[in-house]
Design a protein around this ligand. Structure first.
Ligand SMILES: [Zn+2]
Length: 270
C-alpha cells in the first residue's frame, strides 16, 4: 500500500479561500524540514502559534491543513527532515502523505515570489490555486514534474538499482520526462541511458504523487529486447543488477511506487 493509499481516509485537495483557526494543523517548513512536536512528531495546531498568516492546503477527512511561510516556534518543537518519514513509520501514513504534499506546495510558493516575465511581486489568486502578476497578468499554476519508474524484466529477473547519490535502498530505473517525448519514449530513453539496454512490451502499471521530489511518478514494466548485458551509467547509479524474484530486498517502508512494483514482481504478480 503506497503513501497515497489512506482509505477510508481521503485527501481532498480542492482549493478553498480561507484562513486557519482553532484546531487547524499548521505546517511550517525550513528547506526540507518540517516543524513537529519533539516527542510525537505531530504537527502543531493553530492555537499553539502566535497568529501566523496561513494558506489553505487540503483536508484529510475532518482535519484541515494550512501552510505558513512566516517564521514560527513551538515550545517543544523541532524541525525534522521530511525524508526521515521514509526510514520507518515515525508518523502515521496519512500524516507522512500530508507532509509530502504540503512540502511540494511550500516549495512552489517559495520558488514563485516574483513574475518570471516582468519581475513584479506575485499575488495569490482567491478562486483557484494560482499566483498572478498584478502588472502583466501572467498566471502561475503549481508545477508538477512528470517522471517514470521502470521495472525492466528478463524472465524471472528484474533490474534493481542503487542511486549514486541520496536514497540508499534498492530502487528501479527512473527518470524525468523531457519536453517533446511520450512516456513510452521516456521509458526507452532512460533504460538506454542508465543501463544500455533496449526494451519492448512497455505497459503502464500505476501512478503516484511524490511531493518530496515535486513529482508525479508513473510506473511501467517492460522486457529487455535482445542483449541483456548491463552497462551502468556511473554518474546516475552506483549499481544496476539483474535480481531474481526471491532475492529482492524491499525498502524499509511500503510508501513508494518503486517499492510496490518491486514487491509485485517478487510475489510473482508481474
Ligand atoms: Zn508580470
Amino acid at each position: 500500500m503506497m503513501i497515497q493509499d489512506i482509505a477510508p481516509l481521503h485527501l481532498d485537495n480542492q482549493y478553498k479561500d480561507k484562513k486557519a483557526d482553532k484546531g487547524s494543523f499548521i505546517l511550517s517548513f525550513r528547506n526540507d524540514e518540517i516543524l513537529c512536536h519533539s516527542n510525537t512528531n505531530s504537527f502543531p495546531h493553530y492555537e499553539e502559534l502566535n497568529d501566523p498568516d496561513t494558506i489553505y492546503l487540503f483536508s484529510i477527512n475532518n482535519d484541515e491543513y494550512y501552510l505558513t511561510l512566516d517564521p514560527v516556534e513551538i515550545s517543544d518543537g523541532e524541525y525534522v527532515s521530511v525524508r526521515t518519514f521514509l526510514s520507518g513509520e515515525v508518523i502515521s501514513k496519512e500524516k507522512a502523505y500530508a507532509a509530502f504534499t504540503a512540502y511540494h506546495l511550500d516549495k512552489w510558493y517559495k520558488d514563485n515570489r516574483y513574475c518570471g516575465r516582468c519581475g513584479k511581486g506575485l499575488v495569490h489568486d482567491h478562486k483557484e490555486r494560482a499566483l498572478r502578476c498584478p502588472d502583466c497578468g501572467n498566471t502561475i499554476y503549481p508545477r508538477i514534474n512528470p517522471a517514470v519508474i521502470i521495472g525492466v524484466i528478463n524472465k524471472d529477473k528484474i533490474i534493481l538499482t542503487r542511486y549514486a547519490h541520496g536514497y540508499r535502498h534498492n530502487a528501479l530505473i527512473a527518470g524525468f520526462t523531457e519536453i517533446g517525448e511520450t512516456l513510452e519514449e521516456c521509458v526507452k530513453r532512460e533504460v538506454k541511458e542508465e543501463v544500455g539496454l533496449n526494451v519492448k512490451n512497455i505497459r503502464y502499471y500505476k501512478s503516484q504523487p511524490w511531493g518530496i521530489a515535486q513529482d508525479i511518478l508513473m510506473g511501467f514494466y517492460c522486457e529487455v529486447d535482445g542483449d541483456d548485458t548491463i552497462r551502468v551509467d556511473e554518474n546516475e547509479l552506483k549499481s544496476a543488477i539483474w535480481t531474481k524474484r526471491e532475492d529482492i530486498e524491499l525498502q524499509p517502508v511500503e510508501y513508494s511506487l518503486t517499492n510496490e512494483m518491486m514487491k509485485m514482481f517478487k510475489e510473482g504478480r508481474q
